[in-house]
Design a protein around this ligand. Structure first.
Ligand SMILES: [Zn+2]
Length: 426
């Protein structure tokens, strides 16, 4: 296949300015990037005027529910939700059923990914067997199967001694650790931030310190063991400040992520107990939103990740305390980040490309996708003048538990090209 993309404006992580150029792609490789490219004759020509061309995005925190909860999502549906949202690679979390805690379990999902997904699927593996914090998982087997990230996500690795020993052991193989940070006894119901909203609604809130204590504990363990620690889905100002302080010391390898929902929403958004605003860690306050954005822009947060967490309508229609935590994100992330941040001038395309394409790939030791001659084609075309209406028909995830359900936002992913294939065209 030969593709000639005319009049594109190209986004990159290195500059807020968009580069105007035409792009020639032959057999999955970008062969030329320059203004005024002639039609080679055999090319399919796409006029990209007014659109923005970005490298494909990459999500380092995704729950695809396979194996065990395929009624919520599976690799086939979840990877199509990613593709639908302009995401061309992702990392699964291992809190499936059974949990991904051995080489055999990991090999099975990676094989399913090869068969059922049109984008590359990576997976993390558990730190402890069945995420119970009692025995170390089959780390060597998982390493042999290609796992780089170890996490008991969904919960904190409860036993710090086990985590410390796992860190000493696995770091020797170049693996790193990702932490869901929460003292469960302190987080309580896990439903809502501890504050005036929880008090008003009569729910025992989950204080931010339940998260911040473990952020500090796990970075300290990494500092002592020499491991690389990645802190997941940080929700609070002091959590961000804790990471910023550790990074400023310069003697521990720490990276961190923030989720679109923690940048955008607060506990007040739950209104009349809307479970589409229930996640763990919970939504906190406007001051936390602002601090998290500040942390994203100053480099405290290396990357954005959605924590895509599909649940069925039945589960999410339970009462607020009983409903499971989490919202979907793959179908909506890029458009919502455009709508609320880029369009509003809060950050530029370079920030989005850096935090949601380049850095997550670096975290996983993968080649960074760039739009330049000689690179494999991995790009999306984004129309800032069109809109996306997040109806059930539009979204490809099996689940629709998102605050954006039936809402219309500005921006639309119009084309996804990966290798020699057009994965999406609308
Ligand atoms: Zn988590």
């Amino acid at each position: 296949m030969t593709l000639l993309l005319l009049n594109a404006r190209i986004a990159s992580e290195s500059s807020p300015d968009l580069l105007s150029a035409d792009i020639l792609i032959r057999d999955g490789i970008i062969t030329k990037v320059a203004p005024g490219l002639p039609d080679p004759g055999d090319a399919r020509v796409i006029d990209c005027a007014g659109r923005i061309l970005c490298p494909g995005f990459f999500d380092a925190h995704v729950h695809l529910r396979e194996p065990g909860h395929e009624q919520k999502e599976n690799i086939a549906s979840g990877s199509e939700a990613a593709n639908n949202g302009g995401i061309t690679g992702l990392v699964m979390m291992p809190n499936t059923s059974p949990a991904l805690d051995s080489g055999a379990a990991v090999t099975a999902v990676l094989e399913s990914g090869r068969r059922h997904s049109r984008i590359p699927i990576f997976t993390s593996g558990c730190v402890s067997k069945n995420r119970e914090g009692k025995e170390m998982a089959g780390i060597d087997g998982m390493r042999a199967a290609g796992v780089k990230m170890l996490t008991d996500d969904g919960d904190t690795t409860s036993n710090p001694s086990l985590l410390y020993r796992a860190m000493q052991y696995a770091s020797e193989f170049g693996m790193f650790f990702a932490s869901h940070c929460e003292v469960p006894e302190l987080a309580g119901s896990r439903a809502l931030n501890d504050g005036p909203t929880a008090y008003k609604l009569g729910i025992a809130g989950s204080p931010a310190c339940a998260e911040e204590i473990i952020i500090d504990r796990d970075i300290r363990l990494a500092h002592a063991s020499g491991a690389h620690i990645h802190i997941q889905h940080v929700s609070s100002k002091m959590g961000m400040e804790t990471i910023r302080w550790w990074k400023s010391r310069g003697d521990v390898k720490v990276t961190a992520e923030v989720s679109p929902h923690h940048l955008l929403f607060t506990d007040e958004d739950i209104g009349d107990f809307d479970t589409h605003y229930k996640m763990n860690p919970p939504l906190r306050t406007k001051a936390d939103n602002e601090a998290l954005l500040e942390g994203l822009l100053d480099g405290t947060f290396d990357l954005i990740a959605t924590d895509h967490a599909p649940h069925t309508p039945f589960e999410k229609s339970q009462d607020f305390i009983s409903a499971p935590n989490g919202i979907t994100g793959l179908d909506t992330a890029v458009v919502s980040l455009y709508h609320f941040f880029i369009k509003e001038g809060k950050f530029g395309w370079d920030t989005l490309v850096k935090k949601y394409s380049a850095e997550p790939r670096r975290l996983m030791s993968l080649p960074v996708s760039t739009i330049a001659a000689g690179q494999p084609a991995d790009l999306i075309l984004f129309n800032p003048d069109a809109t996306s209406s997040f109806t059930k028909d539009f979204m490809k995830s099996k689940s629709h538990n998102t605050p954006f359900l039936n809402k219309t936002l500005e921006g639309r992913v119009e084309l996804v090209v990966l290798g020699n294939e057009i994965l999406l065209e609308r």
